[in-house]
Design a protein around this ligand. Structure first.
Ligand code: NAD
Length: 317
């Protein structure tokens, strides 16, 4: 199979690329290496993490309609994993137009070409943030998600709506994957685990939001990748799937595990809730489990793997 991965220099995209190439798929990547976070980490995912692998890389923007169409035309793409997006809730509050431009208009470019060039399956990243402040836990795919609380969440919800349109009008096979807090080696510097690790090692304070009263179904990157591939192979008609860990973990426990891995106690600065953020995200994962997928990695192992990678990458003794 020839698979286009958008955002393939990103955290999840590069991990998907590696796993798919390991099983013999051909990979085409488009990524614009933007500086939302240190682009050298994106370069390193391509040059170090994917070292020795053969794939084609387009350095470009999914908002560039002509480029997107050219890729589909010349590469004869079988399936798409669309992960390129402006991610991150807090930055979205500052730059809402950018988020809608990339996450919505960029996605439409891809959907247009996917239809035109008869792609067999289109799998894309939505987010658990679409559940907003829903009170019913765990969050299930059939719950109403009409009250997002950040521009980021609204852009992902818009993607889901547009995806349904393309499935309905053109019969495109398409699945929206609602990822729940992904973590692991080669992760994102704007996410909690990365920031905590950096600050704890430097002896600096870490900011703990909502005074620590937060919980998440943290999801290890390999479990996300196996979920994405399960859906990629399933070729389903339009649908929405949660992909999350199977345990609700308290943020305080997550920090404790990290402290154990680092052998250092964090200096914690207790902070109020951040605008746009939600106190709890717990996933109902029964739908994806029915397809044979299940999360395998507990936070004790996943955080240890992250710390090992971090120390090696940043040459921490
Ligand atoms: N990591 C998580 O916890 C999480 C949770 C929910 C949803 N998601 C979604 O999963 C997807 C992947 O997330 P990630 O954590 O790997 O983030 P990431 O930022 O590491 O990866 C996204 C990649 O897309 C690229 N990109 C951004 N805008 C682009 C554009 N206009 N044109 C081309 N490339 C562009 C970036 O350079 C980056 O390499 C995103 O859609 C994100 O919203 C992630």
């Amino acid at each position: 199979m020839k698979i286009l991965i958008t955002g393939g220099a990103g955290f999840i995209g590069s991990a998907c690329a590696k796993k798919l190439m390991d099983r013999g798929d051909k990979i085409i990547i488009i990524d614009n290496f933007n500086d939302y976070y240190d682009p050298s980490l994106k370069e390193a995912r391509i040059k170090k993490f994917l070292k020795g692998y053969k794939f084609k890389l387009y350095r470009g923007d999914i908002r560039d309609e002509k480029l997107v169409e050219k890729i589909f035309k010349t590469e004869k793409i079988d399936k798409v994993i669309h992960l390129a997006a402006m991610a991150g809730v807090r930055y979205a509050i500052k730059y809402p137009k950018l988020y809608f431009d990339v996450n919505v208009m960029g996605s439409i470019n891809l959907l247009e070409s996917a239809v035109k060039y008869k792609v067999k399956n289109f799998v894309f990243a939505s987010s658990s943030s679409v559940y907003g402040n829903n009170k019913k836990m765990p969050f299930s795919e059939s719950d109403p998600v009409d009250t997002p609380i950040s521009p980021y969440a609204a852009s992902k919800k818009a993607d889901e709506l547009i995806a349904h349109v393309y499935a309905h009008l053109y019969g495109l096979k398409i699945t929206a994957l609602r990822f729940f807090t992904v973590y692991g080696p080669w992760g994102r510097p704007d996410m909690a685990l990365f920031k905590f690790t950096k600050n704890i090692l430097a002896g600096k304070q870490i900011e703990v939001y909502n005074y620590g009263k937060m919980s998440r179904n943290f999801t290890y990157v390999d479990d996300i990748v196996s979920g994405v591939i399960t859906i990629l192979d399933a070729n389903l008609n339009f649908g929405i799937m949660n992909i999350g860990g199977d345990r609700e973990e308290q943020l305080t426990r997550y920090i404790e595990v990290l402290e154990n891995c680092l052998g250092k106690i964090a200096k914690k600065k207790m902070m109020p809730m951040q605008p746009g953020d939600v106190p709890s995200t717990v996933a109902d994962i029964r739908k994806l489990k029915k397809l044979g997928w299940k999360p395998e990695t507990r936070i004790e192992k996943g955080i240890a793997n992250f710390v090992e990678w971090y120390k090696e990458y940043y040459k921490v003794k």
